[in-house]
Design a protein around this ligand. Structure first.
Ligand code: HEM
Length: 129
């Protein structure tokens, strides 16, 4: 989730509501990313959700892996680069497939964990290429 604090009273556009000054706001990113109104069948693996047309047709703040605004993640580009290099290195050397121990979707999370962690871990079969 993302955290913000209202610096001033903040009237929410087109609603009768105002967030009072100093209120702590928690933005539930996981819930937004899994809202079927925004992402139909959210647990289905569908890379087409992120093609140019679908991205253009969604409000940009419905995808918040690195937050948004002036306090978004300063390491976003480095994080993306490092993740891509990690995945490329893995897939160049190994074939990854599901196995009997792979958890079924939707995964069950550890409620006490600060970061999102799947109960029992994510098991995969790894074969050297
Ligand atoms: C895949 C990797 C990463 C993810 C998913 C990630 C995600 C995030 C998110 C969600 C925030 C909160 C943004 C907001 O509140 O709007 C954040 C903040 C931040 N991240 Fe990352 N991050 C990643 C990698 C990194 C790396 C590699 C660095 C540094 C080298 C970094 C440094 C920071 C810093 C300093 C902030 C606080 C920015 C501020 O408050 O102004 N992050 N990150």
């Amino acid at each position: 989730m993302l955290v913000r604090k209202a610096k001033n009273d903040y009237p929410i556009e087109d609603t009768p509501h105002t967030i009072p000054k100093d209120t702590l706001i928690f933005i539930p990113v996981y819930t937004v990313h899994h809202d079927p109104k925004i992402y139909p069948h959210p647990h289905k693996f569908n890379p087409e959700r992120f093609n140019e047309e679908n991205m253009r047709n969604r409000h940009p703040y419905t995808y918040l892996p690195f937050g948004e605004g002036p306090r978004n993640c300063i390491g976003m580009r480095f994080g993306l680069l490092q993740t891509r290099i990690g995945i490329i290195t893995m897939l160049t050397n190994y074939r990854l497939t599901v196995c009997q121990k792979t958890p079924k979707a939707p995964p069950e999370f550890i409620p006490s964990s600060i970061v999102l962690k799947v109960k029992g871990g994510i098991w995969l079969r790894v074969d050297k290429l």
